[in-house]
Design a protein around this ligand. Structure first.
Ligand code: PLP
Length: 446
């Protein structure tokens, strides 16, 4: 499908010449031009139609036919395209009210920004101000964003790649273990005890425990049901807030509005982006409990962005939530999630290179292994920032050639289609993946 290297078209050449690519050595930057979209599919300049089982890094949860959202954006652009955050607009007020409705428990007030990164930066700043403490405890297998504090809080290989001499870490970031049972030395219970111990040993100087309730790009790690409520209790016992980063898991991906709702847990702060508008507009949000919000009645909230609460982005947010509701997309995520899960389980049974299936709803992943008896990854953590072509790259290149896109990350094939998919889409995508996994089976040891 894609035009690459010497086969680049004029636009791809132009783009390559004048644009710097993200998270890559520029030599490896080779973007394919997308000219159209159709439901859950992308159409590229060479006429290929690609079924997108990544939702573009878990962004386009509504697929590409959400007319209500496109219309809301167009209408807003024609009436009030922009005012600074000091002014009020109907879409911002309505969206804030809707977020209070769909977030769990007493979460009520929202601070807006434009990326998941910023949403987490604000959450960290608020937790520090609220508790008067500075340390943030996050986990090794996590990604919270690209700028100084959010990247320092991430355990992702991209933090390590930055190097301490190029970008020193923001002080006060400590890392705990993950709820990752497969091939790991600590089981999820022990990892919780370890975090409890860490909070004790840090002498109650921790402002917040920051976690993705279901880890996304660091391996789709799925905790046991009692993990998140116990983590909240442990954090609170040590006077720390619980911040749930729901940038990937928010907005119905797991079949609940937020993954914290899956585990009946009310975090003190939830951060979100991506699905909030189905990515029809860039928008992110940090929603806090009434108690945290109350603190800032008399204390300075020392943060702001020119585009905070941008009217067209908020209009997209309102229309997106209406679309999730009217099209019963959470229910579809639950139903299709069950079907997808059982089909992935049967792939795992057929292919010895699939070590473990993990995930909930339409947030699924397959971790591959070289060995039939234990976890021996094909892709090392550092490969996320290397140019080495791994077996997982070959598997996803094969599916792409056959018209289905999956993204891979840290030895895991991530399976996160739009919430609008049908059983036919699942059958089509997994039929192609089934064939592609023969490559990883063939690459196994012995
Ligand atoms: C869990 C999580 N948090 C934060 C971010 C950062 O969001 P953004 O890329 O919008 O800055 C991401 C991005 O993928 C993410 O997956």
């Amino acid at each position: 499908m894609a035009s690459q290297g010497s086969k680049r078209n004029e636009i791809e050449k132009l783009d390559r010449e004048y644009t710097l690519g993200t998270w890559t050595r520029q030599r490896d930057f080779d973007p394919t031009q997308v000219v159209d979209t159709d439901g859950p599919r992308l159409v590229t300049a060479d006429g290929s139609s690609i079924l997108d089982f990544s939702s573009q890094y878990v962004c386009t949860s509504l697929g590409y036919d959400a007319e209500r959202v496109s219309d809301a954006v167009a209408d807003q652009v024609r009436t009030v395209p922009y005012v600074t955050p000091a002014w009020s607009t109907e879409p911002r007020a309505r969206l804030s009210e809707m977020l209070a409705e769909i977030t769990p428990g007493s979460l009520k007030k929202t601070f807006y920004s434009t990326s998941g990164t910023e949403a987490n930066e604000v959450a960290i700043k608020m937790a520090r101000a609220y508790t008067g403490k500075h340390r943030i405890l996050s986990r090794y297998r996590s990604y919270h964003g690209a700028t100084a504090a959010s990247l320092s809080a991430s355990g992702d290989p991209r933090r390590v790649a930055q190097g301490p001499d190029v970008q020193p870490q923001v002080p006060g970031m400590v890392k705990g273990p993950d709820p990752y049972a497969y091939g790991s030395s600590l089981d999820p219970d022990q990892s919780l005890e370890y975090i409890d111990e860490m909070l004790k040993l840090e002498g109650d100087t921790v402002a917040a425990v920051l976690v993705e309730p279901l880890v996304g790009s660091n391996g789709v790690l799925t905790p046991p049901d009692d993990y998140l409520p116990r983590l909240r209790e442990i954090a609170h016992d040590h006077g720390a807030l619980l911040i749930c980063d729901e940038v990937m898991t928010g907005f119905g991906r797991t079949g609940e509005w937020f993954a914290s709702g899956l585990y009946d847990t009310v975090p003190d702060i939830i951060t979100m982006a991506k699905g909030i508008t189905g990515s029809y507009q860039p928008l992110a949000a940090t929603t806090v409990t009434e108690e945290v919000a109350e603190f800032f009645e008399d204390n300075l909230l020392n943060q702001g962005h020119t585009f905070a609460g941008h009217p067209t982005a908020c209009a997209a947010g309102v229309a997106a939530i209406e679309t999730y509701r009217e099209e019963n997309l959470l229910e579809n995520a639950r139903e299709m999630g069950e079907y997808l899960k059982s089909e992935l389980e049967s792939l795992a049974e057929r292919h010895p290179s699939v070590g473990e299936r993990r995930g909930v709803g339409l947030h699924q992943g397959l971790e591959l292994t070289r060995s039939e008896t234990e976890r021996v990854p094909f892709e090392r953590r550092e490969d996320k920032v290397s140019s080495r072509r791994t077996v997982l790259d070959e598997v996803s290149a094969h599916t792409l050639d056959q018209g289905v896109y999956f993204y891979t990350s840290v030895n895991t094939i991530v399976v996160t289609p739009p919430l609008t998919i049908t059983r036919d889409h699942v059958d089509e995508a997994l039929g192609v993946l089934d064939e592609a996994l023969e490559r990883s089976d063939a690459a196994m040891d012995g």
